[in-house]
Ligand binder design. Structure first.
Ligand SMILES: Cc1cc2nc3c(=O)[nH]c(=O)nc-3n(C[C@H](O)[C@H](O)[C@H](O)COP(=O)(O)OP(=O)(O)OC[C@H]3O[C@@H](n4cnc5c(N)ncnc54)[C@H](O)[C@@H]3O)c2cc1C
Length: 377
C-alpha cells in the first residue's frame, strides 16, 4: 500500500484479514493521510492538521465500518460566514435571507422573493457566475459566492463551469446543518486513532517516512498506489493542477470565535476561513484554543496537493496519465490522488472496500487486477 491514508489502510486491512501480508509505506512521518489529527502541544486541543474533517454518509456499510474502529460522537457541521461586516448562517437558509434582506419571510414567501431576484434572462447558464445569478440573483451571489470562490479557486467565477453549482444552493427553512446525510459524526479520539486501529493487524507492517517510487514497487506482488497519479510517472507528461492550502496557526485563551468554522466572503480578506479546532470536539473541555487561518493558492511542486482542479486542460492530461496507468502491471491506482478526484471520506472508504473485494475476486479466479476499479475520467 503506497499511502497510509484511508485508502491504503482500508484496502490493506481487508486484504490482511484474508491472509495477505501487507506492507504500508507513507512518505510522511505519520499515518492518516490528509485526515490526520493530533493533540496540539500547547493547548491539548485535537487538531485537524490538513483542514477540518467531518464524517457524513448515507452508506450504512461504511458507517458500520468506521464504528467498528472508533467511537463516533454526534456532530453537526454548522458554518457561519462573515461578509460585508456582518455574520450570517450558511448554507444560505431562511435565517440568512431574512437577515441579509431585513425581512421576516416565511418559507413560501422567501421562495417567491428569491425567484424574483433570480436572473431569468440567463436561459442556459455556462459559467459558475451565470448559474449563481440564475439561481439566487446578484445580491446573494456577490455577498456569499463571488469573493469566496475567487479566493478558493484563484480565478473569476466567470471562468469556472456552471457544473460546480449543481443545485439551488439555498434552503427555505432554518436548517443550517451543512450536510444532508443520515449518519454524521466525529471519531472521539480523532481520525488518526481510528486509522491506527484499522492498520493494527498482525499481517500489516507500516513504514513511515518511506516514499515509494515506481522502481521500488517492483519488489511487491501487487501495489495499491494512493499517491498522485502523475507522481507515479515522475510527472513525465507535466503536472496535474491542484489547489493547495496554507494554514496560519494562532492560539488564544478562551473561545475566539464561538464556532468551529467561520468563512470570510469578502475578497479583500485574504483567508477563506478560520477554523477553531476545539469546537470540532464539543465533548472535550479546554481553556486554551488553537485556530487556523486558511489560505488557498495554486499548488507548486513542493506543496501538498489538496483540491484537483479538473478543468478541460487537466482532464486531457489526466486521460494521458490514465492510458499510461492502464499499461502498468500489478499496480492499482486508488484514492483521491491516485484517481485525481475530490473524494469525501465515506466515498474513499466505499471505493477502498470495493477495490479490496475486486482484488480478492481476481486472486480467487486467477484474473488480472485492473489499474482502476473506478473510472477516473
Ligand atoms: C481541506 C480538506 C477538507 C476535507 N474535509 C472533509 C470532510 O469534512 N469530510 C469528508 O468526508 N472528507 C473531507 N475531505 C476529504 C478527505 O481528506 C479524503 O477523503 C481522504 O483524505 C482521502 O484519503 P486517501 O487515502 O485517498 O488520500 P490521502 O489522505 O491524501 O492519503 C494519501 C497518502 O499517500 C501518501 N503518499 C503519496 N505519495 C506517496 C509515495 N510516493 N510514497 C509514499 N507515500 C505516499 C501521502 O503522504 C498520504 O499520506 C477533505 C479534504 C480536504 C483537502
Amino acid at each position: 500500500m503506497v499511502g497510509a491514508g484511508l485508502s491504503g489502510a482500508v484496502i490493506g486491512r481487508r486484504l490482511a484479514e484474508q491472509g495477505h501480508k501487507i506492507t504500508v509505506m507513507d512518505g510522511r512521518p505519520h499515518i492518516g493521510g490528509n485526515c490526520h489529527t493530533e493533540r496540539d502541544t500547547e493547548t491539548g486541543v485535537l487538531v485537524h492538521l490538513y483542514g477540518p474533517h467531518i464524517f457524513h454518509t448515507d452508506d450504512e456499510e461504511v458507517w458500520a465500518y468506521v464504528n467498528r474502529f472508533a467511537t463516533f460522537r454526534p456532530y453537526k457541521n454548522r458554518v457561519k460566514t462573515t461578509t460585508r461586516g456582518a455574520v450570517y448562517s450558511l448554507p444560505i437558509n431562511l435565517h440568512t435571507i431574512n437577515q441579509f434582506f431585513g425581512q421576516t419571510l416565511r418559507p413560501e414567501e422567501a421562495r417567491r422573493f428569491i425567484e424574483a431576484k433570480a436572473d431569468t434572462t440567463i436561459s442556459d447558464p455556462q459559467t459558475f457566475e451565470e448559474q449563481a445569478l440564475r439561481f439566487v440573483g446578484r445580491d446573494l451571489y456577490e455577498a456569499f459566492f463571488q469573493g469566496y470562490t475567487i479566493k478558493q479557486w484563484g480565478c473569476s467565477p466567470t471562468e469556472l463551469p456552471a457544473s460546480i453549482l449543481k443545485r439551488l444552493p439555498v434552503r427555505f427553512n432554518y436548517d443550517d446543518n451543512y450536510f444532508f446525510h443520515r449518519f454524521q459524526g466525529m471519531p472521539e479520539e480523532g481520525y488518526t486513532a481510528m486509522i491506527a486501529r484499522i492498520l493494527d493487524h498482525p499481517n500489516i507492517t507500516v513504514h513511515l517516512e518511506a516514499t515509494v517510487t515506481r522502481d521500488r514497487a517492483a519488489a511487491f506482488d501487487h501495489v495499491f498506489y494512493s499517491g498522485p497519479i502523475d507522481g507515479w510517472f515522475d510527472f513525465r507528461l507535466g503536472r496535474l493542477g491542484y489547489r493547495t492550502l496554507d494554514f496560519e496557526r494562532f492560539s488564544h485563551k478562551g473561545d475566539w470565535q464561538g464556532c468551529a468554522v467561520m468563512n470570510y466572503g469578502d475578497v479583500d480578506v485574504p483567508w477563506t476561513r478560520i477554523t477553531e479546532h476545539k469546537h470540532f470536539a464539543p465533548w472535550e473541555s479546554h481553556d486554551g484554543s488553537v485556530l487556523y487561518r486558511e489560505y488557498s493558492r495554486a499548488c507548486g511542486p513542493d506543496d501538498i496537493p489538496y483540491y484537483p482542479i479538473r478543468q478541460v486542460a487537466e482532464k486531457s492530461l489526466l486521460a494521458e496519465y490514465v492510458a499510461l496507468a492502464r499499461a502498468e502491471e500489478n499496480v492499482t491506482f486508488t484514492g483521491r490522488l491516485g484517481t485525481y478526484r475530490y473524494l469525501d471520506m465515506d466515498v474513499t472508504i466505499r471505493e477502498a472496500l470495493d477495490c479490496a473485494a475486486a482484488y480478492l475476486r481476481a486472486v480467487g479466479d486467477g484474473g488480472a487486477m485492473p489499474a482502476f476499479t473506478v473510472n477516473p475520467l
